[in-house]
Every structure is written in C-alpha cells, then in structure tokens.
Write a protein that binds this ligand. Sequence first.
Ligand code: F6P
Length: 367
Amino acid sequence: MAIEGFKGMTAKTIGILTSGGDCAGLNAVIRAVVHRAHHYGWRTLGIHDGTMGLLDRPLRYSELDLAAVGSTMMRLGGTILGTTNKGNPFAFPIPGKAAQNRSAEIIAGVRELGLDAVIGIGGDGSFAILRRLAQQGQIPLVGVPKTIDNDIGLTDTSVGFDTAVTVATEALDRLQPTAASHARVMVLEVMGRDAGHIALHAGIAGGADIILLPEIGYTLEGISRKLNALRAQGRNSALVVVSEAVRTVEGKILKVEHRGGARRLGGIGQYLAHSIADATGAETRVTVLGHVQRGSPPSAQDRLIGTAFGVHAVDLIAEGKFDRMVAWQNRRVVDVPLADAIARYQAVDINSGLVRTARALGVYVGQ
Ligand code: F6P
C-alpha cells in the first residue's frame, strides 16, 4: 500500500465510507467519487455503515461502478452506504464489559480489501477517529466535510447544511399562515448541536421574529418586549426559531433520553413555548423539526458542492495528497490540512454579517 505519490501508478482501489449522522447530499459525493475514480481507471469499494463495515467479519462493502451509482441516487437523501454515529473503535462499547480498542481490526480490514486510499465523508468527530486510524495504520486518507450543523472549520459550508436550512425555512413558511390564523406564537426547534447556523440562516430566510442561538444569551424580558412591540404594530402572531442547544434562562441544557441510552439535545422548544405563554399570556405551540432536516432530497447546492467535493477528493488521491480535507472557500473547492479543520470548530460568529442583518430587521437575537 502506497502512502504518498500515486502519480504514475496504475491499478488502484479506493474505499469510501460515510460516518456520523447522515444528511442530504452524501449520495452526490459518492456518485462523484465513483465517476472520477472510473476516469482514472480505479476501483471504488463502498464500505457499509462507516467503520463498522471494516470491523465486522466478513467485511461488509460493495463494489461501486457507474451502474451502481446510476442516475437516481444523487437525488436521494441519506447514504446508500449506511452510516453510524456510535461505536468509536478506540473505545468500542462491549455490553457489560469495559470498552475495547478495536482499531487494529479496522486497519486489518483496510489491508484485506487492498485499499490504496480511503475517502471518509464525515464531521469533526468522525474525522478525529478516521485520522487516528489513518496514522496508526499508515492509511492514505482524504476527508469530505458533511454535517447539517455546519460547524467544521476552514470550509464555508458542509454537505447537508443547505438542505437542512431549506427544510427549516419551509417549516417557517408553513407555520406562518397557521400562526396568523390562530393568533399564536409558534416556536420552531431546529437541530445544529452547539452551533446555531441552521437557526440563524433559516430564521432570517423564513422571516422569524425571534432567533435564539446557543452562542448568544437571551432573556424572557427581551422576548416579551419583542412580542409586545409586534402586538403594538398590529401583528397577532409571531415566529420563534430556537436552536436545540440553547439553554434555559437558568443555564440548563435540555436533553432527551432515548431507549437504548442515547441522550440527545431536545426540549428547549417546549420550555420556551411554556415560558413565553406564562410571561406574555400568548397562546403558543411548538414544532420540533428533528430528523426531517436530515432526510430530505438534497438541495441543488448540496448536490453541487457534494459533487465538486467528490471529484476533488479523488484528484487529491491522484496527486498523492493525503491527510487533507476538501473545503469550499470563496466560491470554489480547495483543500486544507485535516488536522486544522478538526481544530477550528466553527460556531456562529456573534459579530457576523448575518447576526447584524437579523438585528437590522428588528429580529430579537438575544443580547
Ligand atoms: O450532528 C448532526 C445532528 O443531526 C445534530 O444536529 C443532532 O443534535 C444530532 O445529530 C442528532 O443525533 P441522532 O441522529 O443520533 O439523534
């Protein structure tokens, strides 16, 4: 297996996997990778369920050729390869026992398949794991950023973010008429983990009156003042967008425990709906948008960026450039050191133009 300098070499086999939470646009990346690899005369093996396909025996993967990626899959949400956001191979959970380090089995899987390079489509958590595996196993690795949270550093956007914003904006479009018909305050809770990008973008695009982000504090007085001001202007309803990691006024992060033990952010929408009703007397309702933000068919932008990322990722392999992440900067695809992208977590910049834009429209964004 070569680590660098593929130039001039002939037959190559590359592996591709999707890791972490799914999002729209993953299939566009996979399709582009297969097309570009075909151009170089290389084989592409699609690893199933992230690193799980390399951990299980028999190994789980499929041969991806042009027929396999066809003409419909780019339009589909999700990932044809499957993914996982649990089972860190360095601390693999074993029921009733201490977690085990199973990284060596994954590296052995890469060797068994004869992979000359691996393209990992993931977020910062997945990249940290894949990079550790790559270093331990001398595996040539290229990363493709995907996450609806858009919190990966050094890239203006990640695959999946635009679709999530579109879905959240459409939700606001649908909530506004019913809010106005019933004279209600509608609270929309959106995903995004610790970053408020989805709330901020969709809130502006969807005409929200109040946008609450984990990055900016708020008060119930501030929210009430805004709602009273709207009433004074003759408005009978309002739209509130809240990001899932926004804290209660007491500073608590709300989570939901799912069967099986997973704890996920959730509940702030309900909390705010109650708090607003108590503070203002308004009738409130809450919508938790949830995984609808991830499962939609990809927007044109996510298909476009995903396709450009897939092509560039394969070109990096052709140039023998590894440990890099493809990125979108200043209207074009570039590549950056994977370690730097992982290190630069990208929350909402509270002094950004978009925060100023929202405030300029009179939107309450906290203080
Ligand atoms: O990181 C993507 C994301 O969708 C977050 O926005 C959300 O908090 C989380 O994943 C949900 O995870 P799960 O799919 O495990 O419920």
